[in-house]
Design a protein around this ligand. Structure first.
Ligand code: KG4
Ligand code: ZN
Length: 363
């Protein structure tokens, strides 16, 4: 496989409720990144409705890709390869992106590659930080995932810890719903938590009984439900200012989530001694988590890399970056690429031999 010095990758992401496309130069420079969010549509239902999500992706994918190309200043003929999220995610949503990317790449006669969404979040830090040093450790925290990975070298991932039940972002969303704060829960809880006392209520940090370093958030959610009931705290209505009780619940809940996430991370980082800690995914927008992660990094004597906020939540630039990494190693997907809702990051390495025929592409 010849070494290619530069490559323009069109990234496409449609795994959940964002239709996104981006053009990335050489895996590190974002020429454009367009995100069409369905949050306003799903807000009405208090969470993502899969059928609505896939229909919206169908409506949006073509205009979003066109806009990404327009804003990038390059024409579609300049694109060298396409990277598309093929899992994990909602099947109907994933299929829209996968089929679109496949048809476009085959029509243009350029290579394409399926990217694991979680690996995309891992790569979201490459744009604004020094190059990732290995071994690296990555805490990927979003609405669908809470995983701690150890990456001994680029492209290899060992899952050290995962959630046994709810993802951290999901816990934010569910607690926000109980408090009448709407969807998505993370940003609104963070805002209200700023005016509350994080030590006001002692919510429990879950311990997994079989001794594994996994995360768990359903116990915390139940503890919040019980606290609200025992203290007769009602959900607030639209436009109502949250009282001290709600502010303290938000602050104490957020503090417990952060401590839960970093307890395992700290323990495993001391054992594994990574050279860098990556904190990515939608929940990485959270300032309390960022501050506590930085403090942990200082204690461990290693840098902590975060994506900026617009790259923390779902986007296609991170998919293009992860795709670029694999494409540069000569990996390709073929027309048989499927949406795989349960794909695991550890299984994601596609060898050129397994991925079928390598298509030539322009340099
Ligand atoms: O990565 P993402 O956009 O989508 C998934 O792959 O799931 O993450 C969305 C999640 C939601 O659960 C949302 O509540 C959470 O990230 N989130 C936050 C914050 N901003 C978004 N959680 C805590 N604090 C925030 N500021
Ligand atoms: Zn995500």
């Amino acid at each position: 496989m010849p070494r290619i010095e530069t490559m323009l990758v069109l990234g496409i992401e449609s795994s959940c409720d964002e239709t996104a496309a981006a053009v990335v130069d050489n895996g590190r420079k974002i020429l454009s990144s367009v995100i069409s969010s369905q949050i306003e549509i799903h807000r009405e239902w208090g969470g993502v409705v899969p059928e609505i999500a896939s229909r919206e992706h169908l409506l949006k994918i073509d205009p979003v890709v066109s806009e990404a190309l327009d804003r990038s200043g390059v024409s579609i003929q300049d694109i060298d390869a396409i990277a598309v999220t093929n899992g994990p995610g909602l099947v109907g949503s994933l299929l829209v992106g996968v089929n679109y990317a496949k048809a476009l790449a085959l029509g243009l006669g350029i290579p394409f590659i399926g990217v694991n969404h979680i690996e995309g979040h891992f790569f979201s830090v490459v744009f604004e930080n020094p190059p990732i040093e290995y071994p690296a450790m990555a805490l990927i925290v979003s609405g669908g995932h809470t995983n701690l990975f150890f990456a001994p070298e680029a492209g290899k991932y060992e899952l050290l810890s995962r959630t046994r039940d709810d993802a951290a972002g999901e816990a934010f969303d569910k607690v926000a719903k109980m408090l009448g704060l709407g969807y998505p829960g993370g940003p609104v809880i963070e805002k209200i938590a700023k005016q509350g006392d994080p030590k006001a209520i002692r919510f429990p940090i879950a311990k997994i009984s079989d001794g594994t370093p996994d995360f768990s958030f359903s116990g915390l959610k139940t503890a919040v439900v019980n606290y609200l009931r025992e203290n007769e705290i009602e959900p607030i209505s639209a436009g109502e200012e949250p009282g001290k009780d709600v502010r303290d619940v938000c602050a104490s809940f957020q503090d417990t989530v952060v401590r839960t996430l970093l307890k395992n991370t700290s323990k495993l980082a001391k054992e594994r001694k990574p050279r860098v800690l990556i904190v990515a995914g939608g929940v990485a927008c959270n300032e309390a988590l960022r501050t506590a992660s930085m403090r942990l990094g200082e204690k461990l004597g290693i840098p902590v890399y975060f994506p900026s906020r617009h790259l923390s939540t779902d986007n296609a630039a991170m998919i293009a970056a992860a795709g670029h990494f694999h494409l540069m190693r000569g990996e390709r997907s073929d027309a048989g690429l499927k949406a795989d809702v349960g794909i695991r990051l550890q299984n994601h390495r596609i060898s050129p031999e397994r991925s079928g025929k390598n298509l030539p592409y322009k340099v």
